[in-house]
Design a protein around this ligand. Sequence first.
Ligand code: GLV
Ligand code: MN
Length: 193
Amino acid sequence: SDSDPLQDFCVGDLKASPSINGFPCKSSVSASDFFFSGLGGPLNTSTPNGVAVSPANVLTFPGLNTLGLSMNNVEFAPGGVNPPHSHPRATEAGVVIEGSVFVGFLTTNNTLFSKVLNAGEMFVVPRGLVHFQWNVGKVKARLITSFNSQLPGSAVLPSTLFGSNPTIPNAVLTKTFRTDDVTVNKLKSKFAV
Ligand code: GLV
Ligand code: MN
């Protein structure tokens, strides 16, 4: 859903400051600007949620600048969870490469649409909706996701709410979650940056 380009390509010059949309074009380009080897993994999934993501977006692969798309490699340890998040600038399409993954998204009416997918099966998450994935298999799982934005952005709900800088006042979070300071402080301590 990015705006349309007005030239064949515009490889991003990441050293220049971003302008209104994306980066200024690099003046001299070569074949290597249009290829990227960063989606193959394997990634280290010994992370708090048992998930690791390597993005191919305009910041890692500047050849995508102005072209309106990007991809991620997402790997899961058994039981690993990619926590609820949303992409403000893109619809997401994904395909399971290996393993067995519970994929779900939520509508703005709080309906959950979900399915367990295996290798070769695809899903879509409409733009901006909250979604997550969970490796329900006994072995590692892997997805490739794609986005109709060169930089879809990701608002990861737990870290947005409990790991912001500065933090959201406890008065807001205790009311929001109908709970107490002890619970909110415990959650904040897990997501502190
Ligand atoms: C998965 O939801 C991803 O954003 O790559
Ligand atoms: Mn996503």
